[in-house]
Design a protein. Sequence first.
Length: 609
Amino acid sequence: MNGWIGKILRVNLTTGKISDETLDPKVAKDYIGGRGIGIYYLNKEVDPKCDPLGPENLMIMMTGPLTGTAAPTGARYMVMTKSPLTGAVTCSNSGGMMPREMKRAGYDGIIFKGQSVKPVYLWINNGKAELKDADHIWGKNVPDTTDLLLAETDPKARVACIGPAGENKVLFAGIMNERHRAAGRSGVGAVMGSKNLKGVVVKGQNKINLADPDGFKTFNKKILDQYTSEAKVTPVGLTINGTSGVVAVTQAKGILPTKNWQQGTFEGWEDIQGTTLTEKYLVKNQGCFGCPIKCGRLTKVTEPGFEGEGEGPEYETVYAMGSNCMINNLAAITKANYLCNELGLDTITMGATIACAMELVELGYISETEVGRSLKWGDGEALVELTRQTAYREGFGEKLAQGSYRLANGFGHPELAMVSKKQEFPGYEPRGAKAMGLAYATSPIGGSHMRGDPAYFEIFGTTFSMDPLATKGKAGPTKRIQDLSAIVDAAGLCIFFGARMLAEKNDTMSPTGMLTYLNTATGADYTIEELVMAAERITNAERMFLVNEGFDRKDDSLPRRITDEPLPAGPAKGQTCDLQTMLDDYYKVQGWDNNGIPTKATLEKLGLT
């Protein structure tokens, strides 16, 4: 693999020792990069039963072989660790400019071990790394931290850091880079905070080498020309209205989660949809490095009480803080989104936890005295204030900081938390998109659409069309799109473009485009069979981390509301999600036993024995 530098930086925060190591070429080929190599190291060096917030947990920042290259959306990196929110593995993905800078500084990944006795940050300057004191920065929000770190190092460097939420070990704290980009899910920021690591600052000048520069350039031009030609005929919706344009689609399908998932449609949807955001608050589009889509929204709000500017909100935020809380005040949603970016919080879990609290209050399980204020459906001011309280663990924010499952369980009603493996769902109602339910339940990180998103074929018909209300036939396509996502995550691409790298738009989902990109970049000479097997190796390696921690079929679950309570209205009226039938089929397709544990034959085939 002569195109990939393959260099890892080791940082022992307990001893302060920093060292380099070269990645084993066989490991690089077998696991591709990013998410794949992250799980390789976690399985090799972490006890799955360890305390996620203890020094024995690793935190791994890992790029892919396409990160920083000219491949469209080649701007991603993964944060891999054991999650404090779920107890499972997590792989939280972010883009922007920092991942490319990491590659240009000479490193494909950074492995943090141990726990510093005092706050520190890591400064990497073109291959030279050192830990520096961060006492004076501890307690600062993300924008102020970023400014201070750049002033102390190099104004042209890139910063990934935590805010107060990570310092206070909020279980769904994220890691922010370039102020607005987030490795947001599963509490990776809490792990970083537990290690007393405030930030990572990177500056690089190295060229990112390719095994076959001419072949890469030729293929890349073909893909970009094809994309540009298509975009001229049909403008890309993500470019026009960002991901929040999805509100209109999910509302029309009856799968826009509303009122803590009691409903699939929202009367106030037009007030929070993408076109409204564009018309009222958009300043300009913004994209990560090398992105032709530019789905990011730089926005500004001037309404009294909700003033602010920043990036977002995206669809998942609009659902979680909007329809799910019955809030149609887009200014309040956007302000809460700004606060999450500034304080370092996952917007999905934040909004979903507040929605859960609203239902608990409505049903009389929590008093407003306990909350410290009124908390009713549609209250945008409460959304903003409780978001701030959560980051600092102030007042009722102390309970919200645990996420919706622990909140609801603490008041005796865990069934009101819309989670799988204790992580809150993204914004696609699985009673009206059944494969999404299967994907949520079997995701290695808990409720997620980014470790495999069947919405591409159930709702958007991106790869091929499938009846969203059908139960049969969902296991195979769900597995295949999970495998494709593993390749995309490992390669360092965004799924918005990575999903285009299919041989053709059908349910085989053969990743031929990814094959060409990876072979010209790395010189690994993958066959299509080897690449698919690498994807299966990644998903099964993640599964074995969970199995060794104690997870099995009982944890591949959905709340009773989703499996037993029919949707009350809308196009999916009367639907539930028959998870168990799909699970039986899914385990067979995966080569797992009926309890969800990979068989010996499957592990041997993948070299995971």
